[in-house]
Ligand binder design. Structure first.
Ligand code: FPP
Length: 259
């Protein structure tokens, strides 16, 4: 089944999938753990960084595919707080790819009404990266279509630690009433305070892990895992994941409507 996914498909088939998708509600927020760039490269006897380079095409595919579908939010996990353990040369290529992606794609993002932003510990990123991210955020601030969010120097635990720090800091000015500490209160202090929780989490490369991604926000997300490596992921795979999502019954801990 997975092999089929990487076959080249005709526009006609893509259109069929699109027509099916349009019959049911879309996930409002799709989040993706892009994984398997290194293994994709190794399977071709290429250096790891070639996998990251090839992964940019998949980024373009899912961003444009999500915008075309009318999805409201797309979050891509591009670099975790743990990824600093990788060789400096690999980190440097990843950061360069991100900057080049913004340079190249910014006009397209604007043209397609895509609003760009980043979440994570921005303060630890190189100034040149922060500048690029801010530039893309500012230049797409007026865009009202897809919200494209890149998680960079991000981890779910770091986000929770930062939320607690924010709360303690503001409590120094105005004491916090213990009864006002609710789930909603904590949520307001996350990086994603203005973003709905992901409805669908996609992970590539056949790993069955969350990898410290959106630990709070994924509480009730539907998960779809594909064996494909990230550079092999394309619009059609996104459509397939959404079709599977649309068949799921979301109960949020309650009972099935059928019961
Ligand atoms: C996972 O593969 C991929 C990453 C850690 C990086 C993904 C980043 C990009 C594709 C570039 C920049 C992103 C944007 C949004 C423009 P891996 O290296 O962990 O693969 P492996 O598990 O096979 O080693």
């Amino acid at each position: 089944m997975m092999k089929n996914t990487i076959k080249k498909v005709t526009e006609g088939h893509l259109q069929e999938l699109l027509d099916q998708i349009k019959q049911k509600p879309l996930p409002r927020h799709v989040a993706i753990i892009m994984d398997g760039n290194g293994r994709w490269a190794r399977s071709r006897n290429l250096p790891r960084v070639e996998g990251h380079r090839a992964g940019i095409t998949s980024v373009r595919e899912v961003v444009e595919g999500s915008a075309e579908l009318g999805i409201d939010y797309l979050t891509l996990f591009a670099f975790s707080t743990e990824n600093w353990k990788r060789p400096e040369s690999e980190i440097s290529v990843l950061m360069s790819l991100l900057k080049r992606y913004i340079d190249k794609e910014l006009p397209t993002l604007i043209e397609k009404n895509i609003n760009f932003s980043a979440i994570g510990r921005m303060e630890n990123l190189h100034e040149s990266v922060r500048k690029k991210l801010n530039q893309a955020k500012e230049k797409t601030a007026h865009c009202t279509g897809l919200h494209f969010i890149v998680a960079l120097n991000y981890s779910g635990r770091a986000e929770l630690v930062d939320a607690v720090k924010k709360i303690l800091l503001s409590a120094k000015q105005i004491p916090v009433d213990i009864d006002s500490v609710t789930e909603g209160f904590l949520q307001q202090h996350l990086y994603t305070s203005s973003i709905p929780d992901p409805d669908l989490l996609i992970r590539t490369s056949g790993e069955y892990r969350i990898s410290n991604f959106m630990l709070w926000q994924l509480a009730y997300s539907e998960i779809w895992i594909t064996e494909l490596f990230w550079p092999d992921f394309n619009k059609r795979c996104l459509y397939e994941a959404i079709l599977v999502y649309q068949k799921r019954e979301r109960r949020y801990g309650g009972l099935s409507e059928k019961i």
